[in-house]
Design a protein around this ligand. Structure first.
Ligand code: PMP
Ligand code: GLU
Length: 396
């Protein structure tokens, strides 16, 4: 019999929908793809040049497992400059994407049966990564009344003797909501008082559209920093999803465990991609501002359009490139006899009948919702919204 633990894991729904949409595209079907969360921009040219230069210079060998020292130093510089976080290079572990960093973090933290509190709506991979590492995901639904943010009181009510860690993801995938300083302070106090770890996934920190500021929970004091593993990477900020560079910042003893683990699993992250990440972090940040400005326009367009469609509701995302939309008013309606029972059947019908791809909220622990990723140009977004409107008008 093959491994029970792995058989209990479901494939990442974001990638499943992505594969289905790509398959349809390859067949010549014109798909409007609001599915996978991946910037549609090309990696900025100075970053690509740095990689080409690295190849030319023969920077093609193993690096130290946790990343080559200049990159670790650059990450420390970035964390200090952007996040008021003070780390030493030996506290940084560079990995093959933030997803890998999350895997390392849970592998380092969890003993069998340890519980991890995951506020819902959550990013698809958290529960599965916890399970892979022997932990038990404890899903804690956050209500739309609280802008989908979990309160310290709700966490306190869910604590058991086995609670080991809490995931904080701000800005949040899929809701786009951002935790304020005071909300984070309450969670930090609770974590310190109950001896819990925080996994703080900050991968969308640069994609914020309003006045709100990104605060890293680890910056709120020495005690909480000592209990936090910060997760970040270059995928979203610099349109570098395919390069696979993520990193953790954590106390040195945890970094050491993750590095040992990585030394037997993957060794260092790709040497050339590390040099590209160095250029991304130390180079001009104008490219980030340009991409953000494009996302902001699309966000405004999407919010305004979705709010105008009867039966759909959403709360405005303050960050990320996602819009999380309540489609429960459509449940019970049918499209040419095919009944919409939940967000999965809605997403499936919309893809088949209107060729619009999005991710059903079941994947994020919020079955009444669907996620739109506005990682496509405005023209395509307009076409997608038109198709959606037409589809909804045809429902009985
Ligand atoms: N965390 C969140 C919240 C994400 O949405 C993603 C998207 N891929 C990741 C982590 C992983 O990013 P990476 O591409 O660096 O593995
Ligand atoms: N994080 C992106 C998303 O949520 C990419 C897909 C993935 O990593 O699962 O769609």
């Amino acid at each position: 019999m093959l491994a029970k633990k792995v058989q209990s894991i479901t494939p990442s729904p974001t990638f499943v929908i992505n594969a289905k949409a790509k398959e349809m595209k390859n067949k010549g079907i014109n798909i409007i793809d609001f599915g996978v969360g991946e910037p549609d921009f090309d990696t900025p040219s100075h970053i690509k040049e740095a990689a080409i230069q690295a190849i030319k210079e023969g920077f093609t060998r193993y690096t130290p497992v946790a990343g080559y020292p200049e990159l670790q130093e650059a990450i420390c510089y970035k964390l200090k400059k952007d996040n008021q976080l003070f780390y030493q290079p030996q506290e940084i572990v560079v990995s093959n994407g933030a997803k890998h960093s999350l895997s390392n973090a849970f592998a380092a933290l969890l003993n069998p049966g340890d519980e991890v509190i995951i506020p819902a709506p959550y990013w698809v991979s958290y529960p599965e990564i916890v399970k892979i590492n022997g932990g038990v995901p404890v899903i804690l639904p956050a209500s739309v009344k609280h802008n989908f943010k979990i309160t310290a009181d709700a966490i306190a009510a869910a604590l058991t003797a086995r609670t080991k860690a809490i995931i904080v993801n701000s800005p949040n995938n899929p809701t786009g909501q951002i935790y304020t300083r005071s909300e984070l302070e309450e969670i930090a106090d609770l974590a310190v008082n109950h001896n819990l770890y925080i996994i703080s996934d900050e991968i969308y920190e640069k994609l914020i559209y309003g006045e709100q500021q990104h605060i890293s929970i680890a910056s709120l004091g020495e005690e909480i920093q000592a209990r936090t593993i910060v997760i970040n990477g270059v995928s979203k900020t610099y349109a570098m999803t395919g390069w696979r560079i993520g990193y953790t910042a954590s106390p040195a003893h945890i970094a050491k465990l993750m590095s040992s683990l990585q030394s037997h699993a993957t060794s260092n992250a790709n040497s050339i991609a590390q040099r590209a990440a160095l250029a991304a972090i130390l180079g001009s940040q104008d490219c980030v501002e340009q991409m953000k400005a494009a996302f902001a326009k699309r966000r405004d367009y999407m919010v305004q359009k979705i709010k105008a469609i009867p039966k759909l509701t959403c709360i405005e995302p303050d960050g990320t490139f996602y819009l999380f939309v309540d489609v429960s008013n459509l449940f019970g309606h049918n499209y040419q006899g095919q009944v919409i029972t939940d967000s999965l059947s809605f997403a499936t019908l919309l893809l088949e009948k209107a060729q619009v791809a999005l991710i059903p909220g079941t994947a994020f622990g919020a079955p009444d919702y669907v996620r739109f990723s506005y990682t496509l140009d405005l023209e395509q977004a307009q076409e997608g919204i038109e198709r959606l409107e037409k589809f909804i008008l045809q429902l009985n």
